[in-house]
Ligand binder design. Structure first.
Ligand code: PLP
Length: 465
C-alpha cells in the first residue's frame, strides 16, 4: 500500500480538517471559515505547502526543529529502532539500549551537576514531573510544608493543568478555573514592555527582588521552588537584563528554594550555548527539556535532575509513584540520539554562538530603523521585534488594529515567511542550520512584511505616526 501525503486537493484537506480535526490554541469557528494552511513537505529551513509554495520557516516548526528538516539520519535511526524494538516500558526494572545510551549522551552534554534524566513525552509533562519531584524532594528533606511554586506572569510552561497553571498567561487562566492551587506569580523581566522608564539593569534587579518579597509573604517554609524560562519564548522572546538571573540565583540559594530552569526552548543551542542556563550563568536544580531534544522529529521531553535533588530522592523516597507509559520510548530515544549526534558532529551550538547567531542578530537589529519597529532584539537564534505606532514615544497600536496578527498573516501569505505574533511582538526562532544567505532572506522578507503592514494599516485608516 502506498500512502502519499498529498493525493488530494488543498480544499479537500481543508474540508476534512474543518469537519473533524480540533486544533490546539485555535478559534475553531474562525479557522474553519478560513481553512487551514496545509503543509506537505520540508527541507532544511524551507516548508512546502499543498499549493507548492516554498515558505521560509522562521520558527523551526514550534521552536523545535533545531537540526532543520529532511535529516534522513534521524528517519533511518527511528526506522531501525522500530524494527528492532518498537516499544518496551521502563517501569519494572527494565531498560533498552536507546534509553540507556540517550540518558548517558544527554547528561554528558548537560552541565556537570546534572547527571540524571527522567524521560517524558512533552514539555508540559516535564513540568508536571518537576512539580511532583520538587515536592517529594522537600518531603525527603523533612520539610513537607515546602509546596508552593513561584513562577512569573506571562511565562509559558505548557498546557496540562499544572503546566498552564505554572504558566503566567492571563488568557488560559481565564478559562476553566485555572490556575490550580499552590502556585504564585511574580512580575516578568520585560524591560521594553514594562520597564522603559527605568535603567534596564535596575529594572532587572527590581523584578528579581519580587521573588524575595514573595518568599517573605508566603513564608520560606512554604516555598518549594522558583521556575523560569531563561528567555521567555511564547511570551514574546523576552531576554532578561543581565542583572536579573544573578539576583534570582542569590535569592534561591539564600532562601533555600529550588531553582528550576525551563529549558524546553532554550536548551539544545537556541541561545548560543548548549543551555540557556549557561548563557545566563545559573545552575538549576531541575531542568525540564523537550522541543530541541529530538528536534521535533518524534515527541519527547525530559527532566534533568541535579545531584542535590537526586541524592535525597534515592536515599529517602523509595519508589516514586510517577511515570508515563512512554517514558524513554525507544523510537523517541533513537530520534533524540540521532539529532544530538548531528548537533555534535556539525557543531551546531558553536555555529550559533560564533557565526549564525552574530550574523542574524546584526541583520535583525537592522530592522530597528523601520518606522513601525520600537525594538529588535535577539539572543542566539531567538528574536523578538516590537511593533509600535509611534517610534518616538514607543506608543503601541491599540489591540483592535491587530498589527501583530496582520504582520504575521502578510508575512506567510505574501512574503513566504513564517513568523509568530505575540500581541504586537513578532518572534522568530529559525532552525540552527540556517545559512547566511537564508538569514538575509529571512530579514528581507520580514522587512517587506513590515512595509506591507504599514500599507494595510494606512489603507484601513489606522493612524500611523
Ligand atoms: C513549548 C513549551 C512547553 C510545553 O511543551 P509541550 O511539548 O508543548 O507540552 C513548556 N515550556 C516551555 C518553555 C515551552 O516553550
Amino acid at each position: 500500500m502506498n500512502i502519499a501525503t498529498n493525493l488530494r486537493s488543498t480544499a479537500e484537506y481543508q474540508a476534512m480538517d474543518a469537519a473533524h480535526h480540533w486544533h490546539p490554541f485555535t478559534d475553531t469557528a474562525a479557522l474553519n471559515a478560513k481553512g487551514a494552511r496545509v503543509f506537505t513537505g520540508a527541507e532544511g529551513v524551507w516548508l512546502t505547502d499543498s499549493d507548492g509554495n516554498r515558505i521560509l520557516d522562521g520558527m523551526a516548526g514550534l521552536w523545535c526543529v533545531n537540526i532543520g528538516y529532511g535529516r534522513h539520519e534521524v528517519a533511518e535511526a527511528v526506522a531501525r529502532q522500530m524494527r528492532d524494538l518498537p516499544y518496551y516500558n521502563t517501569f519494572f526494572q527494565c531498560t533498552h539500549p536507546p534509553a540507556a545510551e540517550f540518558a548517558e549522551a544527554l547528561t554528558a552534554a548537560a552541565p556537570d551537576h546534572l547527571n540524571r534524566v527522567f524521560f517524558t513525552n512533552s514539555g508540559s509533562e516535564s513540568n508536571d514531573t518537576v512539580f511532583r519531584l520538587a515536592r517529594v524532594y522537600w518531603e525527603c528533606m523533612d520539610k513537607p510544608t515546602k509546596k508552593t511554586f513561584i513562577s512569573r506572569k506571562n511565562a509559558y510552561h505548557g498546557s496540562t493543568i499544572c503546566g498552564a497553571s505554572l504558566g503566567g498567561m492571563a488568557a488560559p487562566h481565564r478559562q476553566g478555573g485555572l490556575p490550580m492551587q499552590g502556585i504564585h506569580h511574580i512580575g516578568q523581566p520585560y524591560w521594553f514592555g514594562e520597564g522603559r522608564d527605568m535603567d534596564a539593569e535596575e529594572f532587572g534587579r527590581m523584578r528579581a527582588r519580587e521573588l524575595e518579597v514573595a518568599i517573605d509573604w508566603l513564608g520560606e517554609d512554604n516555598v518549594a521552588a522558583f521556575i523560569a524560562e531563561p528567555v521567555q519564548g511564547a511570551g514574546g522572546v523576552i531576554i532578561p537584563p543581565e542583572s536579573y538571573f544573578p539576583e534570582i540565583a542569590r535569592i534561591c540559594a539564600e532562601r533555600n528554594i529550588l531553582l528550576v530552569a525551563d529549558e524546553v526552548i532554550c536548551g539544545f543551542g537556541r541561545t548560543g550555548n548548549w543551555w540557556g542556563s549557561e548563557t545566563f550563568g545559573i545552575e538549576p536544580d531541575l531542568m525540564p527539556i523537550a522541543k530541541g531534544l529530538t528536534s521535533g522529529y518524534v515527541p519527547m521531553g525530559g527532566v534533568f535532575i541535579s545531584d542535590r535533588v537526586a541524592g535525597p530522592l534515592m536515599d529517602k523516597a523509595g519508589e516514586i509513584y510517577h511515570g508515563y507509559t512512554y517514558s524513554g520510548h525507544p523510537a523517541a530515544c533513537a530520534a533524540g540520539l540521532a539529532s544530538l549526534r548531528i548537533m555534535q558532529e556539525e557543531q551546531l551550538v558553536e555555529r550559533v554562538r560564533d557565526r549564525a547567531g552574530p550574523y542574524l542578530q546584526q541583520r535583525w537589529a537592522s530592522l530597528a530603523d523601520h518606522p513601525l519597529v520600537g525594538e529588535a532584539r535577539m539572543v542566539g537564534l531567538m528574536g523578538g521585534l516590537e511593533i509600535v505606532r509611534d517610534k518616538k514615544t514607543m506608543e503601541r497600536f491599540d489591540g483592535e488594529a491587530e498589527a501583530g496578527r496582520r504582520c504575521r498573516d502578510t508575512a506567510v501569505a505574501q512574503h513566504g515567511l513564517v513568523m509568530r505574533a505575540v500581541g504586537d511582538t513578532m518572534v522568530i526562532s529559525p532552525p540552527l542550520v540556517i545559512s547566511e544567505e537564508e538569514c538575509d532572506e529571512l530579514v528581507g522578507r520580514a522587512r517587506k512584511s513590515l512595509d506591507g503592514l504599514a500599507d494595510e494599516l494606512t489603507r484601513d485608516g489606522v493612524a500611523l505616526d
